[in-house]
Design a protein. Sequence first.
Length: 258
Amino acid sequence: VLDTFLIYKIVQIRYGGIAPFLSASLFAVLPFTWIFKRILLDSIVVPFVLGSILLAFYSTKIKQKRVLIILSGCLLGLAVFTKIPAFTIIFVVAWIVYTDRKKFSDVLLLLIPFLLIPLMWPANAIALDQFDLWQKGVLWQAQRTNSILDIFGFFAVIDPMMFVLGLSGITLAAVRRDKFLLLWFIPFVVFLSAIGYKQYFHWMMVIPVMCIAAGILIESIRKSRIIKKSVHVGIIAMILIFGFVSTTLLIINDISHN
């Protein structure tokens, strides 16, 4: 629920129109988002990431910029402290902060808590003379390997609608040079491709941006008037109903029954 609200507010500030409703609705009902109900570090990281992005946008709207920039950095630092791959989100957050006033001092304010909070983890390991164990725990998965195509394949089978809409939206963002979406999506996918071992739930970090991209895609089709308004509304309704029914069937399934 919190993630859905944060996605709505982020898109409302950045794009407006009906894109906030579409993006948040897609995130709320499409089947692949069932993994956010699982007990995973990734599901804890995502609210920190979304909160950091939202505060970065708010910092461009009010006079008390520095306070919100520092708070945004704190949330992103907590995200990295929770799970290291969240560091890739610094690119989009730093871009939001920098493009407001074109001042590197604003980016520095963001980076200080972003770096200091995660560094408490290795610093504690050094203080306890356990840095070698910390290093081993962080890097051991890099020695196993599988392909990111495995995740794409799993994604396409479980939720083909989000897969098609999301990647189509990212493609549209590339054509339009929408740096907000691209700086969120591309660095994480590159990092995920580079590390040795990855699982389908690691994709959770970019599910929100794929829903946002899909919402913007549907909004763009509406604005282009390629199809009639009534048909467009019908398509949106069918997508949301399909997602809602699929997710409902998924979460009410009794897997403990013998």
